[in-house]
Design a protein around this ligand. Sequence first.
Ligand code: PPS
Length: 328
Amino acid sequence: MSEEIECDGDYSLQAEEPLHLLSSYVFHGVHFPHPGLLNAGGFATIGKPDTIYDLECRADDIFVSSYPKSGNTWMREIAYRIVKDPDVKKLDTRIQDIRCPDLELYDMEGGGWKGHEAPPLKDFDSPRVMKCHSPWNCMPKASTMENSKSKIIYVSRNFKDVAVSFYFFGRGIKLPGGDGYIFTDDMNTMTQRWMNPKSVYGGYAFHNLGFWEQRHRDNVLFMFYEDMVKDPVAAVKKVATFLGQKLTDEQVMKIVVETSFDKMKNDPSCNWEFLADTGFRAKDSTPFMRKGKVGNWKEHFDDELNKMADDFIEKSFKGTGLTFTYEF
Ligand code: PPS
């Protein structure tokens, strides 16, 4: 695959040896998806990490942050319903990326996916619920300052299930303007990519540890995907408390039901099926809402990859206090 792509802006490939187009733009030492990538394919606009870093934050802004494939979509929907309205019937039915903007899909002056454009971020009603894959050192800087009132919810998921989810999602992504696929690696090769700090968003360990070290801040909530699966009622209550919202038991249950895997899988505003219409994902690719399980990696990892993953986790997280759940 060529590392050259055509861009419509002034973005240049900055990485000396980009591992991949999805990690070929460097900001604060971190490799990001090339900002021209989605523009070039005409799929969406894409914001630069630089503008995300400089975002003007409001005191009531809510950032849902995560390494890819860790449960961001799920948490965004939970947070959105907590602060807006638990009842789906009264909600805005536009796709989640417009209701709760993905900062990478905005140049702050508006943007989004082809056919699903959204207004400039400054025109969103408060509180804004926003998605971000930026690691801690690249988060909107106003949100990470000591006295920041903006809230950051981080979702962490075990590496093995992240890798499997990434594999199936990645295989459906098409090259900009082309008819091939970005990710043609096998499971072992692709999984090793996310161990590398030069891969997208700084790699899995750098990303998780960056937020873990900040977990005691008043404006940071560190959540685990596996805890959400195990006890969604407790998870919704915890997020609501963090966001300063008092919910009735009925409202909590409403949110739990409406954000269950089956509900979201069948909800066109959340299931990302529109991606096929933009041309970004192949129509016959594995659905974004794939399994929603803990431990699915056991069906896809061979012994060699499992050992490699265990060694990587041991080396990266030993002594940090951050531990993961791989199965129930
Ligand atoms: S992305 O592309 O990085 O934003 O992906 P992200 O949303 O972080 O993660 C996608 C995985 O989360 C699963 N998911 C859910 N699991 C349980 N319940 C609900 N409601 C839910 N919504 C999304 C989704 O299915 C992906 O995981 P896999 O393992 O591929 O199924």
